[in-house]
Design a protein around this ligand. Structure first.
Ligand SMILES: Cc1cc2nc3c(=O)[nH]c(=O)nc-3n(C[C@H](O)[C@H](O)[C@H](O)COP(=O)(O)O)c2cc1C
Length: 364
């Protein structure tokens, strides 16, 4: 879960809270209710004459200097508890076998003990060659998280990149949250200068606006993961926690802001127009057709969290079957638009309809 529960020094408390961060999304419905990704308003133009064979389609591509077999990242999720060891182990196997990237969950907990560090590093053990992404919360940066600690979490998993996640909505709704974001941009800028792997900044499901993207580009980050609204909502997760902790105000805020945020497609389009940085699209992506739409809209990579969690928690077989399905969906879409490779998919024509067309044209 995003970095919120690591403040306790009691390892058992950390493990329990990290467990809740997996159990709630798995057992309750914490997906968007009244909003969506708006990807349903993106129509790729059908090509009745693709002039290529399905078997010749190549989904491989390069991102931040590393070759991937498909533009897919298992988004940052977990660590810090026994269940996480199983899930990160399976996700690591998948990343290695399928040539996907993989993000780990917020790793501050892993600095507290060897035992907790192992719940993250299992991913590297199972994925010696995959592109792994270390994770820390933006809110932690303003609370004195040091560059040395950042280097340690990178080392913990032999990471190829470091992500800083921005989660102001979650901090606001969470019963133990600390909604303090003063000085975070300066810390990101400092980290970008000093850390020796690429620095990526992501949201956790409320999206990145063009104004924020421009600030991040000026802070010299290497890429942005827009993580828009329409999928897992952390206001939702924290609302359920607030309910069980009988915190009525936080429960109310969680209900009110359940669907808050910039829908994924709208965020992606406005950020693409505003900055040159490579972008990762995520937030509510659930299939390979949506991955293809995001590439056409200008993302370099697409990431998914909840679907990988759900299938990994079920079984290794179910996780691998899901990966096969999204790859088949991606390749099928490429066939139907006549794109032999990812570069061709990126320049394929699309039409924006409905709410998305309206939102994009009404944005200044
Ligand atoms: C169980 C779970 C744990 C998560 N933990 C983290 C985290 O530690 N750090 C982070 O940056 N994002 C975290 N996220 C957010 C995801 O990376 C992603 O941005 C968000 O869930 C939206 O994607 P989705 O709709 O595909 O789930 C977590 C998501 C889930 C489902």
């Amino acid at each position: 879960m995003p970095d919120t529960f690591d403040a306790s020094s009691d390892i058992e408390v950390i493990k329990q809270r990290k467990k809740e961060g997996i159990d709630i999304p798995l057992q309750k419905n914490v997906q968007a209710k009244t909003t969506s990704t708006y990807l349903e308003y993106v129509r790729l133009v059908h090509n009745a004459l693709p002039e290529l064979d399905y078997d010749d389609i190549d989904t491989s591509m390069t991102f931040l200097g590393k070759r991937f077999s498909a533009p897919i990242i298992i988004d940052s999720m977990t660590g810090g508890t026994d269940e996480a060891t199983i899930i990160n182990g399976r996700l690591g196997e998948l990343a290695e076998k399928y040539g996907f990237g993989m993000g780990l969950g917020s790793q501050r907990a892993g600095l507290k003990s060897e035992e907790l560090a192992a719940t993250y590093s299992i991913a590297r053990k199972n994925a010696p060659n995959a592109f792994l992404i270390a994770n820390i919360g933006g809110a932690q940066l303003s609370k004195g998280f040091t560059v040395d600690e950042a280097k340690k979490i990178v080392k913990m998993i032999g990471a190829n990149a470091l992500v800083v996640h921005l989660n102001p909505l979650q901090e606001l709704v969470q019963p133990e949250g600390e909604p303090r974001y003063k000085g975070v941009l300066a810390q990101i800028s400092e980290l970008a200068k000093t850390i020796d792997v690429p620095l990526i900044v992501k949201e956790v499901g409320a999206g990145i606006s063009k104004e924020v993207a421009i600030k991040l580009e000026m802070a010299n980050v290497s890429a942005i993961n827009i993580a828009g609204a329409g999928g897992t909502t952390w206001a939702g997760v924290e609302k359920l926690r607030a309910e069980s902790l009988k915190d009525d105000l936080k429960k109310h805020l969680g209900e009110m802001f359940w669907d808050w945020g910039i829908p994924t497609a709208a965020s992606l389009i406005e950020v693409r127009r505003a900055v040159k940085l490579p972008l990762i699209a995520s937030g509510g992506l659930r299939n390979g057709l949506e991955v293809a739409k995001c590439i056409a809209l200008g993302a370099s990579m697409a990431a998914m969290a909840y679907p990988f969690l759900q299938t990994a928690a079920r079984s290794r077989e179910s996780l691998f079957a899901f990966a096969d399905t999204i790859l088949a969906e991606l390749k099928s879409t490429m066939f139907l638009v006549g794109a032999k490779n990812i570069a061709a998919l990126a320049s394929s024509r699309y039409i924006l309809t409905g709410m998305l067309a309206h939102e994009v044209s009404s944005r200044t």
